[in-house]
Design a protein around this ligand. Structure first.
Ligand SMILES: NC(=O)c1ccc[n+]([C@@H]2O[C@H](COP(=O)([O-])OP(=O)(O)OC[C@H]3O[C@@H](n4cnc5c(N)ncnc54)[C@H](O)[C@@H]3O)[C@@H](O)[C@H]2O)c1
Length: 265
């Protein structure tokens, strides 16, 4: 599946529950080398403080680097600092100010917050792909994480807008980097109860929505490995002719009209 001598950059580590961490562990289980990124030194400290389950050996094995994706020089420095080539990149990064861009009211006048959220959640995929491309000397794959942007969910408001933009960025990059033999795709995951996600207003309700509509009984508490498996597929050789796509890993909820009825459970 994943070649054992491959190196992948996995961006967006916050704690051991982060989807990024599950992806990194899955890649490592295939023998790949993983370089994680966190936003800054403070975030690295938060990662280690929160990840009590990690042994000292686990901690010593982690290659964690810094990169704020809104600062182009940091992105350039990150990729210039990697020795040898890489086979792929995972963008597991998003941000929207919960006070102004998520919540009960869709309308907001916080234009700076909207701009920041758009930059981090959508535009940054193009920035990191641009600087990663010279490192993918044999071609490669880029995967971003998105969420059900074709539907309007309560509370999710402007993050939904950012995710729609992210999926459009995926298609633009797929078109641009085909000639470099670089594929660009997104995985649209159902709700995953990461620590960060639990702080999003209305996230509990999203879990309930999925409980009513997933034919495969999507479990938001245990979904990280399922998402990581699909990301690994899109990074590896079995998806060689797939690019510009959004792959739904959501227990099937996105194809259900209405809710599942009792006899369907
Ligand atoms: N948790 C879910 O239910 C769910 C569902 C579908 C998609 N996703 C997406 O998966 C991805 C990972 O989410 P997660 O739930 O693991 O949460 P997470 O908080 O663990 O990951 C988000 C990461 O983005 C990073 N980030 C924010 N601003 C940054 C910046 N300027 N520079 C660099 N990094 C920055 C944060 O530090 C954090 O590490 C996100 O794109 C999210 O939207 C999550």
């Amino acid at each position: 599946m994943i070649e054992s001598d491959a190196t992948y950059v996995v961006m967006g580590l916050l704690d051991a529950d982060s989807i990024a961490f599950a992806i990194g562990k899955t890649l490592q289980s295939f023998g790949a080398k993983v370089i994680y990124t966190v936003q800054n030194e403070r975030m690295k400290k938060i990662f280690f403080d929160r990840s009590k389950k990690l042994t000292d050996e686990d901690r010593a094995d982690l290659d964690i680097r810094f990169c704020d994706v809104t600062v182009e020089e940091e992105v350039e420095t990150l990729f210039n600092g990697i020795e040898g080539s890489i086979s792929g990149l995972v963008h597991s990064i998003a941000y929207s100010n919960p006070k102004t861009c998520l919540g009960e009211e869709f309308h907001t006048d916080a234009i700076d917050d909207l701009t920041k959220g758009f930059h981090i959640s959508a535009v940054s995929l193009a920035t990191v792909t641009k600087f990663a491309q010279p490192k993918m000397t044999e071609g490669g794959a880029v995967v971003a994480l998105t969420f059900a942007s074709e539907r309007a969910f309560a509370f999710y408001n402007w993050m939904g807008v950012n995710k729609a933009a992210l999926e459009a960025v995926v298609r633009g990059l797929a078109r641009r980097h085909g000639k470099d033999n670089i594929r660009v795709n997104a995985v649209s995951a159902g709700p995953v109860f990461t620590i960060a996600a639990k702080h999003i207003p209305g996230f509990e309700e999203l879990g309930q929505t999925w409980a009513k509509s997933s034919p495969l009984n999507w479990d938001p508490n245990q979904a990280q490995p399922e998402v990581a498996g699909a990301v690994s597929f899109l990074l590896g050789p079995y998806s060689k002719q797939i690019t510009g796509q959004t792959l739904y890993v959501d227990g099937g909820a996105s194809i259900i009209g209405g809710e599942l009825l009792p006899h369907e459970r």
